[in-house]
Design a protein around this ligand. Structure first.
Ligand SMILES: [Zn+2]
Length: 407
């Protein structure tokens, strides 16, 4: 007698776009069996073992199933917003005048420091819900607008609480080395000491950070300062990521690769040496078309070099108040195709399998395979390229998070 394979639920009636190895690898008329929030069997429905018994069966009327989307780079927690500056700039006020009025990132730092946790949580929920509505099941959230030990930890606590308030997997990143706080003007090395000796160790000890990030740029921190931040992260047992090569080529992404960073992000000015180093280290290139678009940049990230050197490319919203107030990851997929010339298959890999890798979650998330978490999305679409093709709007979808329909 053959023993039964018992599972909680069985989902079928649609084509399953598995995204295994970064390719569609579609199973036509597929089936997914789920137990305890994980995929226990997946294949073509016709090939399903007769011994597989499900408590509940859901049959879709056609369409496709993709892995849940992973937004692997966001700054969703912040006080206030900068729509006033957006309007001022379009009315002809210069960046210098706005900065002189206390605008720019420092205005967000002030608003974030002033806001209590409940207020920050409420504002972040407002931004997170639209991302979830279009299929995001895992989101990374960075600190970086507090820039004091207390307010950086406050941001990270709010990020963790978002994952308790809504059905979504949250990964947190300590980005204390995001900008120089005004009280440390002309004392960047002193601030880096605070980041390395106090903020990162405290965030790690409190279990509030899953990774450490920094902003390597002329207007932020130098590669030498970033190297100190990475050393502090390593001492705390945390993996690293880096905002690199967004506005100039400083070699930050090569530095990140040398530290086996999970990802280097932005990368408009990355060189072939950077791409080679990232490919060798397995560091993911996270492309952020929202910031490129809003800043009206003209230099695209070197997508051909990333392909040549086998660098996995992820796409993220970079949701932030200054350069990418993006509340749609699907719009970013479209922009990655139209602005950066990714193929729709590469762009979908960029919000699934490669985005999961950029968070160190490749063993559990990002593809539809037996053993992975049962996070997936049913779309009433004829082919996955439609996810990149439709511009804006909200496509109807059914999101399954850890094996259950998310309301
Ligand atoms: Zn960012």
């Amino acid at each position: 007698m053959t023993s039964e394979i018992h599972c909680d639920s069985l989902w079928h009636g649609a084509d399953i776009v598995t995204m295994r190895d970064g390719k569609y690898h579609t199973l036509s008329n597929g089936a997914i069996a789920v137990r305890d929030g994980k995929i226990v069997w997946l294949g073509e429905h016709a090939a399903m073992p007769a011994t597989l018994i499900a408590d509940e069966t859901v049959k879709f009327d056609g369409g496709i199933i993709t892995p849940g989307f992973v937004d692997c780079h966001t700054h969703l927690v912040f006080g206030g917003n900068r729509s006033g500056e957006f309007e001022q700039r379009l009315n002809g006020v210069s960046y210098a005048e706005i900065a002189a009025q206390g605008g720019g990132i420092i205005s967000t730092v002030k608003a974030t420091r002033d806001a209590d946790e409940e207020r920050l949580l409420e504002q972040a929920l407002f931004r997170l819900r639209p991302l979830l509505a279009e299929g995001v099941t895992c989101v990374e959230i960075k600190s970086g607008y507090g820039l004091t030990p207390e307010s950086e930890l406050k941001m990270l606590r709010v990020a963790r609480r978002l994952g308790e308030h809504l059905p979504v997997e949250v990964k947190t990143t300590c980005l204390a080395a995001h900008a120089l706080p005004p009280e440390y003007a002309n004392r960047a090395d002193d601030y880096i000491d605070l980041v390395c000796n106090t903020i990162i160790p405290q965030a790690a000890a409190a279990g509030l950070a899953d990774a450490v990030d920094a902003f390597c740029e002329h207007l932020a921190f130098s590669p030498a300062q970033v190297a100190k931040v990475f050393a502090a992260a390593e001492a705390a047992g945390l993996p690293v990521k880096l905002h690199a090569e967004q506005l100039s080529a400083l070699g930050g992404s090569t530095l990140a690769a040398q530290h086996h960073a999970l990802s280097a992000d932005h990368l408009e000015y990355a060189t072939e040496q950077d791409a080679r180093a990232m490919g060798d280290a397995g560091t993911v290139a996270v492309l952020l078309p929202g910031a490129y678009y809003l800043l009206r940049e003209t230099q695209c990230p070197p997508v051909d070099l990333f392909r040549k050197h086998g660098v996995a490319m992820a796409i993220a919203s970079d949701a932030n108040p200054g350069t990418s107030p993006a509340l749609s990851l699907r719009l970013m997929i479209n922009m990655a195709c139209t602005l950066f010339r990714l193929t729709p298959e590469e762009a979908l890999a960029g919000v699934t399998v490669h985005a999961a890798k950029a968070l160190g979650l490749q063993a559990s998330h990002g593809t539809l395979e037996a053993g992975k978490v049962a996070d997936f999305v049913h779309w009433p679409l004829s082919r996955p390229a439609e996810l990149a093709y439709w511009l804006g709007g909200q496509l109807p979808c059914t999101v399954i998070f850890r094996g259950e329909v998310r309301q």
